[in-house]
Write a protein that binds this ligand. Structure first.
Ligand code: FES
Length: 107
């Protein structure tokens, strides 16, 4: 199992369910998402053409890319109708906020 570095990306209740925003997890730009299922994090760059998923919207439980409308499962990164999904980062809600893990040594 590879090493990971955890980064605090938000306060405990900074995002309401249904909210999405871009955040920095150490060197990585992520899309931080909160749904009724909790927090999750995807790579901010959409696998299609690099659109900013952190500027997307939650619709019917999916994160919709603002550029061409591909829809991603916020928890698994799976893309509706396409084989290529978004990269998922492990996320934890702790007492002092939301933490996201990125591979150690990511520059
Ligand atoms: S860049 Fe995201 S759907 Fe095209």
């Amino acid at each position: 199992m590879s090493e990971q570095d955890w980064h605090r990306v938000a306060g405990p209740d900074e995002l309401q369910p249904g909210a999405v925003r871009m955040a920095k997890a150490g060197p990585c730009l992520i899309a931080l998402i909160r749904t009724e299922d909790g927090y999750s994090a995807l790579d901010n760059a959409c696998p299609h053409m690099g659109g900013p998923l952190g500027q997307g919207m939650i619709e019917d439980g999916r994160l919709v890319c603002p550029w061409h409308g591909r829809a991603y499962d916020p928890q698994t990164g799976a893309c509706d109708g396409y084989a290529e999904g978004a990269t998922v980062f492990e996320t934890e809600q702790r007492d002092d906020g939301v933490y996201v893990a990125v591979p150690a040594g990511t520059a």
